[in-house]
Design a protein around this ligand. Sequence first.
Ligand SMILES: Cc1cc2nc3c(=O)[nH]c(=O)nc-3n(C[C@H](O)[C@H](O)[C@H](O)COP(=O)(O)O)c2cc1C
Length: 163
Amino acid sequence: MKNIVVYYSLTGNTRQIAKDIAKKLKCKIVEIKTIKEYPSDYDELRAVGKQESMDKVEPEIKPLEVDFSKYDNIIIGSPVWRYTYAPAVRTFLHSYKDQFKYKRLFPFATYDKQLGHIFEDINRENVRTSIVKIGFEFQYEEDSSTLITPLKDIDRFIEYINL
Ligand SMILES: Cc1cc2nc3c(=O)[nH]c(=O)nc-3n(C[C@H](O)[C@H](O)[C@H](O)COP(=O)(O)O)c2cc1C
């Protein structure tokens, strides 16, 4: 099985998990990046991000030099933004959907208080084009880069991907 990890991360938590997964799977990793920059002030960011999430905004993202159709398993990481995936991940899912046909998607999310419906939303977006597997969640302390979820959950996720 050929794996690839693709993720969006603004403050580094999702990147941390994504890198660990890619290292353990010894696979390619790509980062989704927006063209525009989000506010560096955290409160401002929460407000802007929350509004974008509610409005289902699709911010422009930098093109990814990857053909996802060449992979079997696509591991997708996103932070939770207002109970769902970050807006940049919405752009990604819509832009690259055609390359996901019959692939296995393995979502994972980082969050601090409420996971919300991120996995249901990813499933709803992709159910017609691919097989969406059970999502794995990684909880961080609020406004922090301290992981609460035990690290062994990453290994459980790897085992699940390799099944
Ligand atoms: C705009 C915004 C909205 C957020 N909404 C939620 C939320 O609804 N539930 C939650 O548990 N955490 C929420 N968070 C916290 C992030 O999900 C958490 O800090 C995550 O680990 C950040 O990932 P990153 O460092 O990869 O960007 C939000 C953060 C931001 C910036």
